[in-house]
Design a protein around this ligand. Structure first.
Ligand code: XBP
Ligand code: MG
Length: 232
C-alpha cells in the first residue's frame, strides 16, 4: 500500500451521533411545528436511514402514508418545507450543545492535522448542517482542518453512489489508493468502496449490528489498518 495521505470524513453518525441526537429529533420538531401528527420513533428512523438525504427520506416516508398529500407536486412542496424546518431545528439543537463528538474523533482530526495529512468532509447532508455542527465540535479552527468540504448539494447522486467521494478525490488531486474514508453506515461504506477507497467502519447507533473494529479510534490504528491493507 502507498503511504496514507488523506482522511475523508463522513459526518452524520461518524463525527457525532447526529442522526439519533439531532436529525431524528429535529424531524419530529418539524412535524409538530407543521401541525402534523407524524412522529418517527427510533425503529422507524433506523429503517428510513437506508434513504440518504433528508428531503428524499421525507418523500420515501410519505409514499407509505395515507395522510400525505396525494399529488406529487404537493408532496414535494411539503417535503421542502419540512426539510427547511428540520434543518432550522437541527441548528438549534446543535447550538443547545445536544450533539457532541464521538470518542476519538477530535483527537484524530487534530493528530492528522499535526502529522500533515490532508482531510476532507464527504457527506450527503446539507451544507447548512455541516456549517452548524463543525464549529461546535472543533471551534473556529474547523475550516482550517479540511482542505475540502463536499456536501449533498454538490453532487447529482447521494451516497451510496460514489459521486461525493469521487468529487473530494478530484478536488484533492489524489488517487483513491492514497486516502482512507471513515464511515458509520452501509450506504456510506458502499459509496467509499465504489470510489475505490479503503474504509474504516465506525458503526453508529442505528448500525450497531454491523461489524465493529476492536479498539478505540486513533490515528495510529487507522494508519496501521490502512498500511496492512486490512480495511475494506
Ligand atoms: C447522512 C444523510 C443525511 C442526514 C440528514 O449523510 O443521509 O440525509 O440524515 O441531513 P452522511 P439532510 O452520513 O453522508 O453525512 O437533511 O441535510 O439531508
Ligand atoms: Mg454517516
Amino acid at each position: 500500500m502507498p503511504p496514507l495521505e488523506a482522511l475523508l470524513w463522513d459526518v452524520d453518525g461518524t463525527l457525532a451521533e447526529t442522526e439519533r441526537d439531532g436529525h431524528r429529533v429535529a424531524f419530529n420538531m418539524a412535524f409538530t411545528r407543521a401541525g402534523l401528527g407524524w412522529r418517527w420513533d427510533d425503529a422507524r428512523y433506523g429503517a428510513l436511514l437506508h434513504v440518504t438525504g433528508g428531503r428524499e427520506r421525507l418523500l420515501a416516508d410519505m409514499a407509505n402514508r395515507a395522510d400525505a398529500p396525494a399529488a406529487r407536486p404537493a408532496r414535494e412542496d411539503l417535503a421542502r418545507t419540512l426539510h427547511a424546518s428540520k434543518n432550522a431545528a437541527y441548528a438549534w439543537l446543535v447550538a443547545q450543545g445536544r450533539i457532541t463528538a464521538r470518542e476519538g474523533v477530535v483527537a484524530v482530526i487534530e493528530a492528522a492535522h499535526a502529522a500533515g495529512l490532508r482531510q476532507a468532509i464527504v457527506t450527503t447532508t446539507s451544507r447548512v448542517n455541516v456549517e452548524a455542527l463543525l464549529p461546535r465540535l472543533l471551534g473556529s479552527r474547523w475550516a482550517t482542518r479540511f482542505a475540502t468540504v463536499v456536501c449533498g448539494e454538490d453532487v447529482a447522486r447521494k451516497k451510496p453512489a460514489p459521486d461525493a467521494y469521487q468529487l473530494a478525490l478530484a478536488l484533492l488531486h489524489l488517487p483513491p489508493s492514497r486516502a482512507l474514508a471513515i464511515e458509520d453506515s452501509p450506504p456510506g461504506v458502499a459509496a467509499a468502496r465504489a470510489a475505490g477507497l479503503a474504509v474504516a467502519r465506525r458503526p453508529s447507533h442505528y448500525f450497531a449490528g454491523e461489524p465493529t473494529p476492536a479498539g478505540p479510534l486513533t490515528l495510529a490504528a487507522l494508519r496501521a489498518g490502512f498500511e496492512r491493507g486490512a480495511l475494506s
